[in-house]
Design a protein around this ligand. Structure first.
Ligand code: HGA
Length: 609
């Protein structure tokens, strides 16, 4: 959430700032702004509400020039969406852009007001920049020392970049609880919240660690860790292609990412399926495999779409591996006193690896005596990856659409491989692993097949886009799929949707059924189909409007529409059945004309708790 870009160079960086901040728009898009230091050593600041395209318009013909600058795209947490609240904020000779929340900003604001500071915004960010100014003025020392002193007073999660007209050849970056990376150029250096912003300039990145403060100059960078010692951080060569961040032939990133799923899954499987028989995670060492042998319980913590993937895997861990598994939403896990099960192993799931709630849960878990921990994540170098003992990358490729799609199906792919690996290690035989490998090899082909049925989904979407409410139903491993389908619809089409386990309908929600509320049911032809058919009858008898996604034969009564799903092996049915629901949400939103890649109020990578 909130995108930050900064540069210190030997050339005019206005075009770079605008282009790069636009690429971070998926992180926040209620307003954006930039500041430069010009030839006369003054700040030039331009801000506006709305999308970055507005900022581009506003800067056009202004002939802006600066070799050092900051830019920001905002997702408001403190103060409404207004130009005054848009970053950068300035206190005398210091300018700041910030991502995160200062929890004690109210108290600090009162204190600073008493010292004579005038606030022009309602943000917590302006508190930081005045505090910095006050600290520096008080001691007369460097901005770096003022930064150290100010950080002691700030409570919360934040990353920020500041620049200073008293020393206009360096940026100071702080990373604490939200990601920041340094992009290394030749005679110029950059800072951003995400490598996507910098890929057209450099592929060499330093991921700042929790508590790091970096001084970034055109020719060098110096990093201090949280103990104020100078440290060398690893330079990572990114393998992400700049092309990946373009839409290509697609109208939206979400559409592109839905259709990319067969390729993403192939990439997830690549180098991990050995001789088409066994699964190999080269990332895991002997020690981890030893932990797998001894674990007796799995605790998974995640948010949003990742939480739904975790719920599917609970079914796999328990039914295939006979390992008890609990799944909890990260913010809940962190909000209560926990009793840890015996020999429990802790797993986190996150696309970005920066989800603040999940990171907090991981940090809490480390004090609770789990056997070990593992994160399943899409972003190499992210905070979750850095802070976890082990990591399995999903390799979905960069996901830009705010509504996750390919990260969900690749998370499920990794989870299923993990289940198979753990079963083999524990049972010391690999027949289940072999069977799962065989099925996983088929999965991308199966998905290609269902994607071809997009026209049928478009037709259903045309019938549904006027609706105000929908109910999604699924049983067992399809219940999380119903939840994920409902979430996709809510996120991008703003239609109210709720998901229930099919059997729960009669315990309350049946009261909602009438001809105006469409019911979406995913029902693979397995041992549960007869029970689901009974639920369908219950809805039919009450005049409900039913859309069934199934490979089973159905008695098609007047109000029933059947989307015939091609055959799929039972074990991978959850990964398969989400595809038509993703398409349905997408085509409904397309018909409604909503902003699909940047839905209102949402941002990708939720870096605030
Ligand atoms: N608290 C700041 C920054 C918001 C943010 O980081 N959102 O993710 C503000 O409200 O401007």
């Amino acid at each position: 959430m909130c995108g930050i870009v900064a540069a210190v160079t030997q050339r005019n960086i206005i075009d770079f700032l605008l282009e790069s901040i636009q690429r971070l728009e998926y992180r926040g898009y209620d307003s954006s702004g930039l500041a430069l230091i010009n030839k006369n050593n003054n700040f030039i600041r331009v801000r506006c509400i709305g999308k970055v395209s507005q900022l581009i318009k506003k800067t056009k013909n202004k002939k802006l020039f600066g070799k050092i600058g900051l830019a920001h795209t905002r997702w408001a947490t403190h103060g409404k969406v207004s130009e005054e609240n848009t970053h950068p904020h300035i206190s005398s000779h210091i300018a700041i852009v910030h991502n995160g929340i200062i929890e004690n900003s109210f108290q600090l604001r009162l204190f600073l007001e008493k010292q004579g500071y005038i606030f022009y915004s309602d943000t917590d960010t302006e508190v930081i920049v005045h505090l910095l100014h006050w600290e520096q003025k008080k001691t007369g020392k460097s901005l770096l020392e003022a930064m150290h002193n100010s950080l002691i007073r700030l409570h919360g999660n934040y990353s920020m970049v500041v620049m200073d007209t008293h020393n206009s050849s360096r940026l100071i970056a702080v990373c604490s609880g939200s990601p920041l990376i340094i992009g290394l150029g030749i005679g110029e250096n950059f800072i951003a919240s995400d490598q996507i912003a910098l890929l057209n300039i450099t592929k060499r990145f330093i991921y700042l660690k929790e508590g790091d403060i970096a001084i970034v100059q055109p020719e060098q960078t110096q990093i201090f860790n949280k103990h104020n010692s100078i440290v060398q951080r690893k330079i990572i060569q990114s393998d992400v292609q700049y092309e990946c961040v373009k839409k290509g032939k697609y109208k939206h990133y979400m559409e592109k990412e839905i259709y990319e799923q067969p390729t993403s899954i192939r990439n997830t499987l690549k180098h991990r399926l050995k001789n088409n028989k066994t699964i190999d995670f080269p990332e895991l060492g002997v020690q981890e495999k030893n932990i797998f042998l001894h674990l007796e319980h799995i605790q998974i913590v995640a948010c949003g779409t990742s939480y739904h993937a975790a719920m599917v895997s609970k079914h796999w861990f328990e039914s295939i591996a006979n390992i008890p598994c609990d799944v909890e939403v990260a913010s809940e896990f962190s909000s209560r006193k926990l009793a840890v099960r015996k020999k429990s192993f802790f797993i986190t799931l996150s696309q970005s690896g920066e989800t603040a709630d999940t990171l907090t849960a991981l940090r809490i878990s480390k004090k609770l005596g789990y056997l070990g921990n593992l994160t399943i994540c899409n972003m190499k170098g992210s905070s979750l990856v850095q802070e976890s003992d082990n990591c399995l990358l999903t390799k979905a490729g960069i996901e830009i659409g705010v509504a996750s799609t390919k990260s969900f199906t690749t998370q499920l792919t990794v989870l299923l491989m993990l289940v198979a690996k753990i079963v083999s290690i524990k049972q010391k035989k690999n027949d289940i692993e072999k069977k799962i490998v065989k099925i996983l090899n088929i999965l991308p082909y199966r998905i290609e097949e269902i994607l071809k049925k997009n026209q049928e989904i478009k037709n259903i979407a045309k019938k549904l886009y006027h609706t105000k409410n929908m109910i999604f139903l699924g049983r067992r491993d399809q219940y999380p799929i119903a939840m994920e389908g409902a979430l996709k619809l809510k996120e991008i089409s703003y239609i109210h949707a709720e998901a229930y386990p099919s059997g729960e309908l009669k315990h309350g929600p049946l009261a909602l059924i009438d001809k105006n509320i469409p019911i979406i049911i995913t029902a693979p032809n397995n041992s549960l189909i007869e029970k689901t058919k009974k639920n369908i009858q219950e809805i039919c008898s009450r005049g409900g409007l039913i859309y069934i996604f199934s490979d089973a034969e159905m008695n098609l009564e007047k109000n029933i529409t059947l989307f015939k799903v091609p055959y799929v092996e039972e074990i991978i049915a959850p990964i398969f059945y989400i595809i038509p629901l993703q398409l349905l949400a997408y085509y409904i939103a397309l018909s409604k004309g909503t902003n699909i890649d940047q839905p209102r109020n949402l941002a990708k990578s939720v870096t605030v708790e």
